[in-house]
Design a protein around this ligand. Structure first.
Ligand SMILES: Cc1ncc(COP(=O)(O)O)c(C=O)c1O
Length: 464
């Protein structure tokens, strides 16, 4: 290297402006995802010796079905990059899955596989040019994706009285104001955070509005297979030409950490799939090869997976109903969950009692519950609700699903899952809800700040 070049290189090896923060404007102020943050905080507090009940992160407590794990073992040696859209055998298995589960025909060439559906949803927002309509409460990541991309989002608050459903007439009113505008609507059901689904009738009506205005529906049905009664219906059945169907392994297959999600497109949206595939080729290249081979087994289905799902649903349904009853007794209003592993209580009926304890927002509620009784869950404000609304999401997943499932599998599918079962096999979640309900019912003056551990009380820096 010449003297001149050496000098030039060393200048670049030692950047001078180490304190200068140059962030993309869209990324400024962006915090870690609330669900990821609450999980990391709970783990940190546990490591510090505090008792923390983890009702924050929405992660399946159940193990991955053994036949799928075995397929992963057999494919650990797979090391090559795979096709951007995903392994052909996997795309065929995904098409077969949607045909069997949802009664819709999917062309395997119109399936794309990604490292989690979250990544595919992000790339969809990067690729799509039109407006986005998102009913709230909604999953925590749709809005940050939009912020990163600089997308215009129209949030549509739904009402407790309407079971937090997007009403067809509301959607119609929004679109009628400017009928020709390109728009995509994100539907998610069974829903995170409220655990509620749409009826057949509601889906047909929404589909009719979507067809009238040629909307794109991104239907996030990642919890479809854990509808508690196994009655999930895809809106793609009623609006096949405009629905992108999102699924993946994370929830029904207990494999969130494997990172595999799928999108299935209709032929009319091939242009959007091609754009997402190009973005994928320039970013993640392809999804982990061993995981894709194993996922073929998951999407193929069969008796072992059907049995697994029957018993996962039994446990989740019983637990969800029990928790709902406890929270109602403690003064919250909430709907019986229909799927997934969430409830979304609204503590507005006891707002006065909470205000007397200096709890005025959903953030206050969750911060104080974590500080005072060690129960971690997320405020409604993380899901697009107004801060002063006293809603919160409880993910009832703090238990080891493996023993619970082993015992359940040995029972007949119609055996009721009683409280004794829940106390034994879902013990942490049950204890957390007991603690939370007792704490909610406390009188204002009993304590202002106590701690869950033997240490002196102290404030926890919470969430975002
Ligand atoms: C509603 C919803 N959609 C999508 C995802 C993303 O799932 P993954 O990226 O693991 O496929 C989640 C995960 O929590 C979710 O709750």
């Amino acid at each position: 290297m010449s003297k001149k070049n050496e000098l030039h290189a060393s200048k670049h090896l030692h950047p001078i402006h180490t304190n200068h923060v140059s962030l993309n404007l869209n990324v400024r102020g962006l915090a870690r995802s609330a669900t990821v943050a609450i999980n990391e905080l709970s783990n940190r507090l546990r490591l510090e010796g505090r008792t923390v009940y983890k009702l924050g992160l929405g992660q399946s407590p159940f193990p991955v079905p053994e036949c799928v794990v075995e397929r992963l073992r057999q494919n650990a040696h797979q090391k090559d990059y795979l096709e951007v859209q995903g392994l052909k055998a996997l795309r065929e298995a995904v098409a077969g899955f949607h045909q069997r589960s949802d009664g819709i025909r999917v062309d395997p060439d119109l399936v794309i596989v990604g490292p989690g559906s979250k990544e595919l949803m992000f790339l969809l927002q990067v690729a799509y040019y039109g407006d986005l309509i998102i009913p709230t409460p909604c999953w925590v990541s749709y809005a940050p994706h939009a912020q990163i991309v600089g997308h215009k989002v129209q949030f549509v608050p739904t009402r407790f009285e309407d079971r937090f459903r997007l009403l067809p007439k509301t959607l119609d009113q929004i679109c009628a104001a400017d009928p020709g505008r390109p728009r995509a609507v994100i539907l998610n059901y069974p829903n995170n955070p409220d655990g509620l689904s749409y009826s057949d009738k509601e889906l047909k009506k929404l589909a009719a509005v979507a067809r009238k205005y040629e909307l794109i529906l991104l239907s996030d049905e990642i919890y479809g297979k854990i509808h508690h009664d196994g009655n999930h219906v895809s809106v793609a059945r009623y609006y096949p030409e405009g629905t992108i169907l999102s699924s993946g392994l994370s929830k029904w297959c207990g494999a969130g950490g494997w990172r595999l999600g799928t999108f299935a497109f209709p032929p009319s949206l091939r242009w959007l799939m091609e754009a997402i595939a190009s973005l994928a080729s320039e970013t993640f290249t392809s999804t982990s090869a061993p995981i894709q081979y194993a996922a073929v087994r998951a999407f193929e289905g069969g008796k072992e997976i059907d049995d697994y799902l029957v018993h996962v649903r039994r446990i989740l349904k019983a637990l969800g109903q029990h928790i709902t009853a406890c929270l109602r007794e403690a003064g919250a209003r909430l709907h019986d969950p229909e799927g997934a592993f969430y409830v979304f209580p609204d503590f507005t009926p006891i707002a006065d009692k909470l205000a007397a304890r200096h709890i005025h927002t959903s953030q206050d509620l969750c911060r104080r519950a974590l500080e005072e009784v060690g129960v971690a869950f997320l405020p409604g404000s993380d899901f697009g609700r107004p801060p002063a609304e006293l809603t919160a999401r409880i993910a009832y997943v703090d238990f080891d699903g493996a023993p619970a499932l082993t015992v359940a599998l040995a029972q007949a599918p119609d055996t009721p899952v009683d409280e004794a079962f829940l106390r034994e096999y879902c013990a942490n979640t049950m204890a957390a809800v007991d603690r939370l309900c007792r704490w909610i019912l406390e009188k204002p003056s009993r304590r202002r700040r106590s701690s869950t551990s033997t240490e002196t009380p102290r404030e926890i820096s919470y969430g975002k």
